[in-house]
Structure formats: structure tokens, C-alpha cells
Design a protein around this ligand. Structure first.
Ligand SMILES: *Cc1c(COP(=O)(O)O)cnc(C)c1O
Length: 255
């Protein structure tokens, strides 16, 4: 195990984050106006591959929601950020093994990448256990991740790394979440398929969301939109944006 000493972000880094954040917020405002919407989606800043000091700096710049995709990185980062006064809401957005569910719930208040029944069951059990020992814990927010690839590409490559449930499985998964005591169905999440125009894909997602809300009227959130397709997602009705590199900079592939 390596114990790294926490070094606060330099003044220069805070400046850089501040400017990039302002630029992203301006894009969101513009996209919201262009879409004729009157409420802006919420920004979740994806801090994967970046240190806890950046989370602390972003929190001081008003970022209240951060996203992470790996449990072994996010858990210690959340503890370190908290030790330095930053208590944002943590959103788990990565592929998750059922046996890691309890570990993720130690820090995450929302899980955006729920795509199969076994994972719902594991999260439900972990959330219940947490509630039994700490009754003040809020229910965990759940987003069902949808695979937006067309039939052909999905069957060609059923294990493609982007994850997500096929649309026809959503009703069953939503029912499972709704039946569990300590999970709250927030809505749907998706990543635009690679090499496709994101707009029609996000429109399909919006259609699935509409259908879901007939049975689960409170599940109205749409978690869609990354640095490269934020505008398309806002246009299709996204209520949560997950933005990483346009705020933090390029992720080093060596980390
Ligand atoms: C990394 C990641 C993001 C952020 O992507 P950027 O292109 O850096 O904005 C969003 N969603 C998921 C699921 C991710 O893994």
C-alpha cells in the first residue's frame, strides 16, 4: 500500500479548474436556452483519475456533485476529500460487480450504472444493512443504465465495455428497484454509442424514460451527456450531465 501525503491544489490549478468550470457552465446555460428549456440540468463533475485535492478545489468552487467509475479509486478519494473538508455527493457511474455493492455504498449516494437484476439485489441488501446500523442514512438513488446500441451491433458484441441493460429489460429492473425498501428509482442513464450521432440515441433514451414514467412517475431523471455530447443530451432532455475532461483536463492513460 502506498500512503501519499495530501498536497492541496496549487493556486494555478484552482484557477484552471475555475476557468474550465465556468466554460462548461456557460455551455450548459446556452444549451438549455437553445433547447427552450427553463431548468438547467445538474452538473456532475467526473473526477476519475484526478486526485482528492482536485475534488477539494472543485468543492470550494461550488461543485456539489462528483462522479467516479472505480470503487478502489473512489473510496479512498472520498475519505481523503472529507478529511479536507469537502463533502460533495458522490455518484458511482462505472461498471460494478455485485460483490462490491456494499463498498460503493460507503461513499456513494447515487449509483448510475445499474444494469442487471443481481446488482439490484446486492445494492438493495447493502442499503438495507446500512440502514439497519445507521438509520439516518438516506435511501440510495438508482439510475438504470440502458444500452443504446441498435439490435445489430448489440448482438455482434454483447460484452462491449460500455455496459447497460437492453431496453426490454428495463420494466423488470425498475420493478425490482421499486420493491426494495432502501433504493429509490431516479431514472435512466446512458452513454452515447461510439461512432454514432448521439442525438438519435439520446432521443431513444428520452422515449424509454417516458415509457418508464407511466409505471414509475417519480423516475424522471435522465443521466446523459459527457464532455463531447453535452449539447445533444441537453437537447434530448437530460437532467444530469456527467462531465469529466472538459473540467479537469485530459486523463493520463498511465494512471
Ligand atoms: C468518464 C465518464 C464520463 C465523463 O467523460 P468525459 O468525456 O471526460 O466528460 C461520463 N460518464 C461515464 C460513464 C464515464 O465513465
Amino acid at each position: 500500500m502506498t500512503e501519499e501525503v495530501f498536497t492541496p491544489a496549487t493556486e494555478q490549478r484552482v484557477q484552471e479548474l475555475s476557468q474550465r468550470l465556468d466554460a462548461v457552465r456557460a455551455r450548459i446555460t446556452r444549451a438549455t436556452a437553445d433547447a427552450g428549456r427553463d431548468t438547467e440540468p445538474e452538473l456532475i463533475v467526473v473526477t476519475k483519475f484526478f486526485p482528492a485535492s482536485d475534488v477539494v478545489a472543485l468543492h470550494s468552487l461550488g461543485v456539489m456533485d462528483v462522479g467516479e467509475n472505480r470503487e478502489q479509486e473512489a473510496g479512498p478519494k472520498a475519505i481523503e476529500a472529507a478529511l479536507h473538508g469537502a463533502h460533495p455527493r458522490w455518484h458511482f457511474i462505472g461498471q460494478l460487480q455485485s460483490n462490491k455493492a456494499a463498498r460503493v455504498l460507503r461513499f456513494a449516494s447515487e449509483v448510475h450504472s445499474v444494469d442487471r437484476a443481481g446488482l439490484v439485489t446486492a445494492l438493495a441488501k447493502a442499503a438495507q444493512r446500512r440502514f439497519d446500523t445507521e438509520p439516518a442514512t438516506a435511501p440510495t438513488g438508482i439510475y438504470l443504465q440502458v444500452d443504446l446500441r441498435g439490435e445489430a451491433s448489440a448482438s455482434e458484441d454483447p460484452n462491449a465495455p460500455r455496459g447497460g441493460a437492453r431496453p426490454e429489460r428495463l420494466a423488470e429492473l425498475a420493478g425490482l428497484v421499486a420493491e426494495s425498501g432502501r433504493l429509490r428509482l431516479r431514472g435512466l442513464m446512458a452513454v452515447a454509442p461510439l461512432g454514432e450521432d448521439p442525438r438519435p440515441a439520446f432521443e431513444r433514451l428520452a422515449g424509454l424514460s417516458e415509457r418508464l414514467r407511466r409505471d414509475h412517475p417519480d423516475a424522471r431523471e435522465l443521466s446523459a451527456g459527457m464532455s463531447g455530447d453535452l449539447e445533444a443530451a441537453v437537447g434530448a432532455g437530460a437532467t444530469r450531465l456527467r462531465i469529466g475532461s472538459d473540467v479537469l483536463g485530459r486523463r493520463s492513460s498511465l494512471l
